[in-house]
Design a protein around this ligand. Sequence first.
Ligand SMILES: NC(=O)c1ccc[n+]([C@@H]2O[C@H](COP(=O)([O-])OP(=O)(O)OC[C@H]3O[C@@H](n4cnc5c(N)ncnc54)[C@H](O)[C@@H]3O)[C@@H](O)[C@H]2O)c1
Length: 257
Amino acid sequence: MKTTDLFNLKGKVAIVTGGANGIGKATALMLAKHGANIAIGDFNLEDAKKAVKEIEALGVKAIAVSCNVLKDEELVNLVETTVKELGGIHILINNAGGGGGGRENPSKISVDDIKRDYELNVFSGWRLCQLAVPHMKKDGYGSIVFTTSMSSINKSPNMSGYAGSKAAVNHTVANLAHDFGPEVRINAVGPGATRTAALESVLTPEIEKTMLKHTPIKRLGYTDDIAGAMLYFAAPISEWVSGQTIFVNGGGEQVLE
Ligand SMILES: NC(=O)c1ccc[n+]([C@@H]2O[C@H](COP(=O)([O-])OP(=O)(O)OC[C@H]3O[C@@H](n4cnc5c(N)ncnc54)[C@H](O)[C@@H]3O)[C@@H](O)[C@H]2O)c1
C-alpha cells in the first residue's frame, strides 16, 4: 500500500452515532477530511443537520438521521437509510453513550439506572454491529470503533454503572474481533477528560489543576485528539489491528481527588 493511501477513506461510508456534537462531531469531520461520506445518527436532529452542513463544505456527502440509539427501530432505520442514501457502510463509530458523572450512589439509584448505562454504552453499539457487519462483509472493508472511557479501567466512587458498562465495551470489542474477522475489524478508543460542552460547563481552574496532577502531558484533551485515534482505527493504516482498546489521555488519568 502506498503511504499516501494509509489514511485514505475516499469512497468509504461512515456512520457516527452521537455525531452532532463533541467527540462524535470531531470524528465525523476528521473522517470526512480524509474522504469518507458520513451518516450522522443522533437524537438531536437540529445539531446533526448543522454538522452535516460543515461536513458537506469539505466536499463529501453527508446525511443527518434522527436516531435515539436506545430504540431498536431507529437503529434499523439508521442502517437502512445510510445504505439507501450513501450506498453502503464501511465504518461504524459507536460513540453515543453516557451515564456516570459521580451520580451513581448505590443507595440513591435503581437497577433501571444501571440497566440504562448498559443499554446506552454496550447494547446499542452491539446491535448496530449486528446490523452493519453484513454490509461491511459484502463490500470487503469494515472497521468498527466504540468510544469507551478511562472510567473502564479507573476505580472511583459513584461510577459503578458507567464504569462497568464501559469496561464491558473493551471486552466485548476484544471478543467480537474473533466473530467479525477477517473482513471487519473492531476496536475501541478510551478518552480521558476531553473538552466537550458538558465538561466545559463544570470546569473551573481549580478542577482543571487537580485533574492535571497525574497527567504527564499537561493539558486536558481536545475532541480532535480523540478523533485522531478514531481515524487510525477507521483507516487502512491499522489493517492488522483488531480487538484493541487505546486510551487517549495525555499519558495519565484525570481524577478529582
Ligand atoms: N468528554 C469526555 O471527557 C469523555 C470521556 C470519556 C468518554 N467519553 C465518551 O465519549 C462519548 C461522546 O461523549 P461527548 O463527551 O462527546 O458527549 P457530548 O454530550 O458532547 O455529545 C454527545 C452527542 O451524543 C448525542 N446523544 C446522546 N445520547 C444519545 C442517544 N441516546 N441517541 C443518539 N444520540 C445521543 C447527543 O445529542 C450529542 O450530540 C460518550 O460515549 C462518552 O461516554 C467522553
